[in-house]
Design a protein around this ligand. Structure first.
Ligand code: OVM
Length: 400
């Protein structure tokens, strides 16, 4: 079969799921932004946007840019998804609206603030442990250990088998990419992991009072079915771990490699939230998501036909010099008003406040207990089809 390429739009041979790109995306992002407001990626035959203004506008225009065809490369209107679609992430109004309301309510500001005392206890415990060890791996011992303790507790998942959450997260986030080697390797653990997740999503598995039980409370109010509640719990377990793991890992990375920034946080722990926010902008954990056009959509001077997949490069938008002053400077005192790391519009991250609470508490505990924070060896990146991930982050700390 021969395909024609679109005319009047830059056609690029960049592969955002390839090794070169994932090893160092920054120059690719610059090329994508500079090529134009919208481009066409030949290799996957998808459209793409990397500038802040266009990505932001597309995320807010859910009527033109649908999520129901999936937010990865697979087009659910044409191809089979690897798992039943998420009711939240991979849905449009009105179906999305009905279930989004339930998750938003379960994660109300009051409910989240209620998590603080336990989150603080756990942070204190973990941070004193790593400080006593002096040298440790920031990825496994802090960035993974902390969310893996506090988040499943908050959902109401039991203590056993939590390593499955990381294996499942690998499936979910590599599963947004093409069927490349990363995709296949992530899927390899297969049914045992997926069955474990499905088991945790059942009403009987979830502790009373947790976020998971909150989904089943909506069943009892007659708002959703038992199966829908299970899928909403699946969303919590899909989206709630790896994203925060790598956001925290990258915050530690930035602070360990920029001593002035660490000193600023240590001397003023109220910078914990701004430090996390600046990391989300600078090193956005979710690098990209896609949308699908529901009709012909004009972007700048280009008309994208209906039914086309469009890559929204969140990470590139967050470094757009058209939006940010000196965007490649990491500065925790920058007052970032808006970044797109949590998305924007009706699909904006429903768990953002929990992620921020986790980061604030962990970074505040570090600022209190640690005097110097530095690399104890070379950090090792971890390839992933959509996440900016770290495999290892050797850290050395001296106690305050
Ligand atoms: C979901 C889901 C999975 C991964 C990410 C996400 C960032 C949502 O299953 O709903 O949002």
């Amino acid at each position: 079969m021969t395909y024609s390429l679109p005319t009047d739009v830059p056609v690029l041979d960049i592969d955002p799921f390839g090794e070169d790109f994932q090893r160092g995306p920054d120059l690719f992002y610059e090329r994508l932004r500079d090529a134009g407001p919208v481009v066409f990626l030949e290799r996957y035959r998808v459209w793409a946007m990397a500038r802040f203004a266009e990505v932001h506008a597309a995320l807010r225009d859910h009527e033109s840019f649908s999520s129901a065809a999936g937010v990865g490369l697979t087009n659910f209107w044409k191809e089979e998804p690897w798992r039943p679609p998420s009711l939240l992430l991979e849905a449009d109004p009105p179906e999305h609206t009905r279930v989004r309301r339930i998750t938003t309510r379960a994660m109300s500001p009051r409910a989240i603030e209620g998590l603080r005392p336990e989150f603080e206890r756990q942070a204190e415990d973990l941070v004193t442990t790593v400080v006593a060890r002096a040298e440790f791996d920031g990825v496994t011992e802090l960035a993974q250990a902390y969310p893996l303790r506090v988040f499943p507790d908050a959902v109401g998942v039991g203590p056993h088998g939590r390593e499955n959450l990381l294996l499942y997260g690998d499936m979910v986030f590599n599963g947004f990419g093409p069927r490349n080697q990363l995709f296949e390797e992530a899927m390899a653990p297969g049914a045992p992991v997926r069955d474990w997740i499905a088991e945790q999503c059942r009403r009987a598995s979830l502790a009373p009072g947790g976020l998971g039980a909150g989904m089943y409370a909506a069943v009892d109010r007659g708002e959703i079915t038992e199966d829908e509640a299970g899928l909403l719990v699946r969303s919590l377990l899909s989206a709630g771990i790896d994203t925060t793991v790598h956001a925290i890992a990258w915050t530690l990375h930035m602070l360990a490699t920029q001593p002035g920034q660490w000193a600023a946080l240590r001397d003023d722990p109220t910078l914990a939230r701004p430090a996390f926010e600046e990391t989300l902008r600078y090193a956005s954990p979710v690098q990209l998501f896609l949308r699908a056009t529901t009709r012909e959509v004009r972007v700048a001077d280009t008309v994208i036909p209906a039914g086309e997949k469009v890559v929204c490069f969140l990470a590139a938008a967050n470094r757009d010099p058209r939006e940010y002053d000196d965007p490649d400077r990491f500065d925790i005192r920058r007052r970032t008003v808006s970044h797109l790391a949590f998305g924007s519009g009706i699909h904006a991250c429903v768990g953002a406040a929990i992620a921020r609470l986790e980061a604030e508490i962990l970074l505040t505990a570090l600022a209190r207990h640690v005097r110097t924070l530095e690399l104890a060896g070379p950090p090792r990146p971890r390839r992933n089809n959509v996440l900016k991930a770290l495999a290892r982050l050797p850290l050395r700390v001296r106690a305050a």
